[in-house]
Design a protein around this ligand. Sequence first.
Ligand code: AMP
Length: 178
Amino acid sequence: MGPPGSGKGTQARLLCDGLGWYHLATGELFREHLRRDTPLGRLAEQHMSRGEYVPDDVTVGMVRETLAGIAPERRIVFDGFPRTVDQARALDGLLRDRGRRVGHVVLIDVPREELLKRLAARTRTDDTPQVVSRRLEVYETQTRPVIEHYERAASVQKVNGIGAVPEIGQRLREAVGG
Ligand code: AMP
C-alpha cells in the first residue's frame, strides 16, 4: 500500500520480477481495459479522470475474475488494491475461499511534500494538478482506514519510501521475507 506517488507500482513490479510472484495491479488492469476500449474501461475512465475511485463492486468483480486465472498456490502482490475497507473485506473473503490469506501488508511511506513533487513530474493523463490533489484527498479519506483494518488483524509494516529504487526494493524484500 502507499499513497499516489509513493512508488508502489514500480516496487511491486520489481518485487514480482525478482521473485516470480504475480503482480495484480488494479490501476494497470483499468488502464489496459481503457486501451482496449472495453465497457469496463470506459466506466473506469469516468472515475479515474476525476481522481475518484472506481466503484467497489466493479473493482472487486475484476479482481475476482483475475484471481480465477491465477494458480491457487501462487504468491500475489496486490498493488493498489484494496483501497477501501469494503474492498479489504471482499478480498479477505475471496482469499478465504481459496484457502489463502493476506500474509504481509506493507505501507510505503513518503511525506506529502515529496509526493506532490513527484506527482507534478509524472505525465499520466490522470495526473493533472487538480486530479492529483483529489487523488491524495481520496487516499486519505478512503484508504487510510484500510491500514487500520489490517492493523487489527496483523501487523502493517512501514517501509521508508525515500531513496533510490533498488534501495527501497531491498527494504521491501526484507519486509516480506523474499
Ligand atoms: P493506480 O495506478 O493504482 O494509481 O490507479 C489509478 C486509478 O485507478 C486510481 O486513481 C483509481 O481511479 C483507479 N483504481 C485503481 N485501483 C483501484 C481500486 N482498488 N479501487 C478503486 N479504484 C481504483
